[in-house]
Ligand binder design. Structure first.
Ligand code: 13P
Length: 249
């Protein structure tokens, strides 16, 4: 049985003061929630403050990126140990905005996923096709390649700790959600690929859907066999709407 995971990716929104105000308003709204893992992904400068405020609540804290090296001369980058010390439990890796604007390759994504697993944090590996790729019938090629690239050299023994997020680029921030059937089709494909790679461990992998998830479409998405949670952007920025999403059932 997979425990649903719902993560809010705040992207480059919210100062530390705004992040703290969010958490203070959000905690009472979700204090009775059981059976779903909640994760907040603030920008780097707020990770420590958010982690302190959610301590003891069971809510996880994710970074939106990470560097794969232990330490070194990598100006502007942040290491896993720094994130761990600040209280991060998860790392979002290979988000389409990182691939598109910061030229992140499948190889870099793979290094980050492996380093995160080795350190004991949970990677949230993102995959997803663009609009022209979907229109050109290339969805499975693209997400299959990104999944294979991101999971390269990761043994089955670690496989169940990986979280995968399917985020069709055309659905991100556009209000154009994939239909539950479109999402389920890709999630089933991804789980099939993970089974070829890791066998039974693939049954424990949470596959999240991301792309214009809102309080009014979360339940229909979650009703599908292979949709195990959501990676929410815009609708995670308000405590009220994100609380409605995590209490979908
Ligand atoms: P939106 O929910 O704003 O479409 O963003 C999705 C996303 O990119 C989450 O990582």
């Amino acid at each position: 049985m997979r425990v649903p995971l719902i993560a809010g990716n705040w992207k480059m929104y919210k100062t530390a003061a705004e992040a703290e105000a969010f958490v203070l308003a959000f905690l009472p709204l979700v204090s009775g929630v059981r059976g779903v893992e909640i994760v907040l992904a603030p920008p780097y400068p707020s990770i420590g403050a958010v982690a302190l405020l959610v301590r003891g609540s069971g809510i996880g804290v994710a970074s939106q990126n990470v560097h794969y090296a232990d330490e070194g001369a990598f100006t502007g980058e942040v290491s896993i140990r720094m994130l761990q010390e600040a209280g991060a439990t998860h790392c979002i890796i290979g988000h389409s905005e990182r691939r598109q604007y910061f030229a992140e390759s499948d190889d870099a994504v793979n290094r980050k996923v492996r380093a995160t697993l080795a350190a004991g944090l949970t990677p949230i590996l993102c995959v997803g096709e663009t609009d022209p790729e979907r229109e050109g019938g290339k969805t499975f090629d693209v997400v299959g390649r990104q999944l294979a690239g991101g999971t390269k050299e990761i043994p089955a023994s670690m496989g169940s700790r990986v979280v995968v997020a399917y985020e069709p680029v055309w659905a991100i921030g556009t209000g154009k959600t994939a239909t539950p059937a479109q999402a389920q089709e890709v999630h089933a494909f991804l789980r099939g690929r993970l089974k070829e790679l890791w066998g039974g461990a693939a049954d424990a992998v949470r596959i999240l859907y991301g792309g214009s998830v809102k309080p009014d479409n979360i339940a229909a998405l979650m009703a599908n066999e292979d949709i195990d949670g959501a990676l929410v952007g815009g609708a995670s920025l308000s405590p009220g709407s994100f609380a409605k999403i995590v209490t979908f059932h």
